[in-house]
Design a protein around this ligand. Structure first.
Ligand SMILES: Nc1ncnc2c1ncn2[C@@H]1O[C@H](COP(=O)(O)OP(=O)(O)O)[C@@H](O)[C@H]1O
Ligand SMILES: Cc1ncc(COP(=O)(O)OP(=O)(O)O)c(N)n1
Length: 261
């Protein structure tokens, strides 16, 4: 089973809702610890209502002290304090196969994006895998990650901070026909590529990708196999959702493959 730690997206397209659906699609039991409640939909960015740090800590204890968690995935945190709760558990060795998707909140409403990024930097040493997109990698590193070459350099620099593997995802990088991710794993670099799907429904693609990695690790895959599986799943799920009209904005992925029949 996998524990996902992240924000609630009431519209169901990202956050813990996307994670739990992805786990279900992969026949992996999922538990969740909610860091923040997002009021959001396909049109509007989230207004976040943080769950108190002690409630987050209580959720982690309730799940980890009882259930056989084989991998943990983290997503959106509303504050540095919330990240610190998870880092505390990680430090005591309690978070197996930790996949950190360093989703950053928007600045404002008392939220400091910079403080959350700094706190995530302290969680990274405990991660087996980190999966920042270009924007998140830029915030963590303090320089602009723009080109595929930058993504490669960013993956290596972030790996030097502790994770065994870093995938800098390039979902928003339109440079041709491929959706390109930069992977640093086991001291070696490679690009991971799949045909770019021309689709508007890509909400939660980072969540689906990172959760699929955690799920496959929990099922016993090696690291590179888990990454390859997740890459294929996310491309297929974006493609299958291409005809969906769930909300007027950027809609969710078809993780179950319903459209494919
Ligand atoms: N249009 C697309 N076609 C195929 N793969 C995509 C597309 N958009 C994103 N991906 C893939 O989805 C995964 C998540 O990447 P990304 O969208 O960058 O994450 P995030 O949602 O965190 O910004 C990556 O493997 C990326 O290459
Ligand atoms: C609650 C919540 N909202 C938004 C996100 C971001 O999801 P992600 O997959 O990283 O990015 P998009 O593809 O939706 O831009 C989240 N993780 N949690």
């Amino acid at each position: 089973m996998v524990l996902t730690v992240g924000g609630s997206d009431c519209s169901g397209g990202s956050g813990v809702q996307a994670d739990l659906k992805t786990l279900l699609a992969l026949r992996v039991y999922g538990a969740s610890a909610v860091t923040t409640v997002g009021v959001q939909n396909t049109r509007a960015a989230a207004t976040l209502y943080a769950v108190p740090a002690e409630v987050l800590a209580g959720q982690l204890t309730a799940v980890l002290d009882d259930l056989p968690v084989l991998a943990v995935k983290t997503g959106l945190f509303p504050s540095a304090d919330a990240v610190a709760v998870v880092t505390g558990r990680a430090r005591s060795g309690g978070l197996p196969n930790l996949v950190v998707d360093p989703v950053l909140p928007d600045e404002g409403q008392g939220v400091s994006r910079r403080a959350v990024a700094a706190a995530l930097d302290r969680l990274l040493p405990y991660a087996l895998v980190a999966t920042p997109n270009r924007d998140e990698a830029s915030a963590l590193l303090g320089w602009q990650v723009a080109t595929p070459g930058d993504m490669a350099r960013a993956a290596e620099e972030l790996a030097a901070r502790g994770p065994k593997c870093v995938v800098v995802t390039g979902g928003d990088l339109v440079t041709g026909t491929e959706a390109l991710d930069a992977v640093w794993a086991g001291g070696e670099f490679r690009y991971m590529s799949a045909p770019r799907v021309a689709a508007r429904n890509t909400r939660g693609s980072g969540d689906v990708f990172a959760t699929a990695v955690a799920a496959r690790l929990a099922l016993g895959d090696g690291l590179l196999d888990a990454l390859a599986f997740a890459k294929g799943l996310v491309a297929r799920a974006i493609s299958d959702a291409a005809g969906w009209r769930l909300g007027v904005g950027r809609g969710p992925l078809d993780v179950f493959g319903w459209s494919a029949g």
